[in-house]
Design a protein around this ligand. Structure first.
Ligand SMILES: Cc1cc2nc3c(=O)[nH]c(=O)nc-3n(C[C@H](O)[C@H](O)[C@H](O)COP(=O)(O)OP(=O)(O)OC[C@H]3O[C@@H](n4cnc5c(N)ncnc54)[C@H](O)[C@@H]3O)c2cc1C
Length: 533
């Protein structure tokens, strides 16, 4: 029987990241994973700026960037009839990739496929003494006891028990804990069926004249049902085909024909694998039952358009990690763990809805039968379609608002100041220090963001030379053993960005409270933000 604080079931990117977030807080956890941990087929590639900020917090952002496409590889999105045919639309996405920081974040969205990302997460998770990773360990069931859970794990035929205080289901679509608990998903299952063809062609761009791109969509009279994703900036590619027949009979996939049709000419390629996946539009009805929590794909499933599966899961991890550790350390209040569902479920619903809209909007674009004709009518069809795509599809590919602008409105552990709720935008992010929002980024010094202050404990920011005295506030935190660090900042630009003279930022980097004056009843605020009421 093993004893641990948190049993994490599933070592996908979400389970591994939760192990990292808990490991760096010194919380003991056991991660059980049924497979050998080797990634054989590429899934997520797009890491948004928020996910990159978490990697920065964990000290792995540079390693992650180095493992992805070279910094000068463009994040361009192309719509073409085929790569040797006609170009219809193009999105350049100059703010993605590379190393130069943006105004809105110390990190830029990157392209690092799970083929390369997951091993980095695995290595980093295993660097923490309090984290134990167990592969070929299949979770089977668990029972809840008075002060924890006891899980049954199948270790290559032998049955073992793991005792823990909490269990987190990070098993993706299998969702073994969620299913065992009977927590249903809400929404639409199976909105589309796809096959993915994983193959290698070094410098595929040298076989056509459209230049390097990250995403390529192929347009024909039947619609836009095929796309080609660049995976490493060099030689690895994934061709996605929306086709129920092929999904049901993947053994009939003719990779050579499909690749040739998309490139528009025969290219020498090495087939690395074929895999099937289903697009869903689903969110779990609840994220917690007793001592069990759901995170990542176990809690929400969306089509990949916009890149929100893994990225939403990372947000779950960062919300849950500090709350579990606060409760285990004794300073988290009785409401803290319930706030996980209140905060994260609405964000999943928002991201899943947006992904589904992106996906269906792309599939439903009507195509003129003359689209690929080398004629005046064909040119007209391409010009009309290109204009339409540029108008409607930008919000699939640029999503700074979605990635950075989510606000935990109505959260029981956020001290709402009654200020109006900012509009929820998709493409553009508008910084705000409204309680519940991600605390905005600004540079404190060369290479050092205000975001680098957050992660380990609450941070009380005092702005301006005449910032209010906060000693009484600090005393109340100390009395409740809630870790707090106070930072005074004189920079007037930063003070303006934060809109108030005082801002209290939680360990996950979200604003918990803000005001221009020290609170008259600091106790009341501490009680709310630590989940005490
Ligand atoms: C084609 C495609 C492209 C995508 N592109 C993007 C993208 O660009 N950006 C993005 O954000 N998302 C993208 N996604 C979604 C992304 O891949 C998922 O959201 C992400 O992998 C979910 O991570 P997870 O850790 O929750 O689950 P998973 O990655 O599914 O991991 C679950 C783990 O649990 C293990 N497990 C299952 N059952 C058990 C058990 N009983 N005991 C122990 N272990 C168990 C599994 O073996 C697995 O390792 C894409 C998905 C697809 C299909």
């Amino acid at each position: 029987m093993h004893e641990t604080d948190v049993l994490i079931v599933g070592a996908g990117p979400v389970g591994l990241s939760l192990a990292i977030d808990l490991g760096r807080r010194g919380i003991s956890c056991v991660v059980v994973e049924r497979s050998d941990g080797i990634i054989r087929h590429p899934r997520a590639t797009a890491q948004n700026a928020r996910t990159m900020e978490f990697f920065r917090r964990w000290g792995i952002a540079e390693t992650v960037k180095a493992a992805g496409a070279p910094p000068d590889y463009p994040h361009t999105v192309l719509y073409v009839t085929n790569l040797n045919g006609f170009e219809i639309a193009r999105f350049e996405r100059a703010s993605h990739g590379g190393l130069k920081p943006l105004a809105i974040s110390p990190e830029r969205p990157q392209r690092v496929n799970q083929l390369f990302l997951d091993p980095i997460l695995l290595q980093h998770a295993s660097s923490y003494e309090s984290v134990s990773l167990r592969y070929r360990n299949e979770f089977e069931s668990y029972v809840e006891t008075d002060d924890g859970i006891v899980a049954t794990v199948n270790v290559q035929g032998a049955v073992e028990s793991v005792a823990a205080r909490y269990v987190v289901d990070c098993t993706g679509t299998r969702a073994v804990v969620r299913r065992a608990l009977g927590i249903e998903m809400e929404g639409r299952a199976g909105i589309d069926y796809n096959v993915s063809i994983f193959f290698k062609v070094p410098e595929l761009w040298s076989y056509h004249d459209k230049g390097k791109a990250a995403l390529h969509f192929f347009v024909d009279a039947g619609g836009i049902t095929r796309n080609l994703v660049q995976l490493d900036g060099r030689e690895l590619w994934r061709l996605g085909v929306s086709d129920r027949q092929l999904y049901e009979h993947p053994e009939t996939v003719d990779a050579e024909r499909l690749i040739t049709e998309c490139v528009g000419t025969r290219v020498p390629f090495e087939l690395l694998g074929v895999s099937c996946w289903t697009a869903h539009d689903l969110v779990a009805r609840s994220y917690r039952r007793g001592r069990a929590f759901l995170a990542g794909d176990a809690a929400h499933l969306n089509p990949p358009s916009g890149g929100f599966g893994l990225n939403t899961g990372m947000g779950d991890v960062v919300d849950l990690g500090w709350k579990l550790s606060a409760v285990l350390a004794g300073w988290g209040g009785p409401q803290l763990l319930d706030s996980y569902e209140c905060e994260r479920r609405p964000i999943a619903a928002r991201n899943v809805r947006q992904s589904t809209e992106n996906y269906l909007r792309g599939l439903q674009i009507k195509i003129d039968p003359e689209i690929a004709d080398d004629s005046a009518a064909g040119a007209q069809a391409r010009s009309t379609l290109g204009e339409h795509i540029r108008k409607i599809q930008g919000r699939t590919f640029t999503t700074d608002g979605t990635a950075l602008g989510y606000i935990y409105a109505g959260s029981p552990i956020v001290y709402d100041d009654g200020s109006p709720q900012p509009e929820d935008t998709i493409m553009e992010y508008h910084p705000t220090s409204r309680p519940g929002a991600r605390a905005p980024h600004a540079w404190l010094a060369e290479g050092r963001s205000v975001l680098d202050l957050f992660g380990d404990r609450f941070v009380l920011l005092r702005f301006g030379i005449d910032a209010p005295n906060t000693e009484a506030f600090e005393r109340v935190f100390a009395k409740r053993r809630v870790p707090l660090h106070t930072v005074s900042i004189e920079d007037p630009d930063l003070a303006r960005l934060y809109e108030r003279r005082l801002a209290l930022v939680r360990p996950d980097g979200h604003v918990a409270w803000r005001a221009d004056e020290s609170p008259r009843d600091p106790d009341a605020i501490v009680e709310v933000v630590r989940g005490g009421v």
